[in-house]
Write a protein that binds this ligand. Structure first.
Ligand code: ATP
Ligand code: MG
Length: 184
């Protein structure tokens, strides 16, 4: 084999072995299934991680966030309400030394408010769950996990689509590998 052919082969192998970007869908046939998904993802998150949530009113964004935060609360023995931040815009929690920011941007007035809230700093230091994330515009963290929820085939079903850069593909691997996790 020529050196050139070998180089092409190496390049092909390199590309093929690279982790792809994440694009994964789950059908949650009930609120409890969405809760289970959130509980599976909860332990994967570390400070500096952000989940950007989008989807229409009533899609289950708050349901997912609440389940995830409550899972982390129970890990550190905290029992607290997780109210919707739709009026306050932000609800923050200190859970075992890790800050959690639950954000709802539906009522965001001026994009300047994002800076005033300190959200850009929180993206680097806290675990942030942001509902109506599309309102962040260009301020969306590039390395975030994006979760889009949409109505499913039945009243209590939701389609959850997870997208994100390759590192999220690696982290969510237990969810993605067929046969390992049954959420339906
Ligand atoms: N499979 C499901 N997953 C999640 N929630 C579901 C599901 N099926 C039904 N629901 C219900 O849908 C509702 C979702 O409400 P939720 O407040 O989470 O929506 P939201 O996307 O945050 O809306 P908003 O844009 O108003 O903030 C809840 O009452 C929840 O019980
Ligand atoms: Mg909500």
């Amino acid at each position: 084999m020529s050196a050139k052919a070998l180089a092409v082969l190496r390049k092909t192998w390199q590309v093929a072995s690279m982790t792809p970007a994440l694009d994964h869908m789950e059908l949650a046939s009930s609120p409890e299934r969405t809760t289970r998904l959130a509980r599976l993802i909860a332990p994967m998150l570390v400070a500096g991680d952000t989940i950007l949530l989008d989807g229409p009113v009533g899609a289950g964004k708050s349901h997912f966030c609440r389940a995830l935060i409550q899972a982390r609360m129970s890990d550190v023995g905290v029992l607290e309400d997780v109210p919707s931040p739709s009026f306050t815009l932000v609800q923050a929690y200190d859970l075992g030394g890790v800050e959690f920011w639950h954000v709802d941007l539906y009522r965001l007035g001026d994009p300047q408010e994002i800076h005033e809230l300190g959200l850009d700093e929180a993206f680097t230091q806290a675990i942030c769950l942001v509902e109506w994330a599309e309102r962040l515009g260009d301020l969306r963290p590039r390395d975030a996990l994006h979760l889009t929820l949409a109505p499913g085939p039945e009243a209590d079903a939701r389609v959850l689509r997870f997208t994100g850069p390759p590192r999220w593909h690696d982290r969510l691997a237990p969810l993605i590998k067929p046969g390992q996790v049954h959420v339906r």
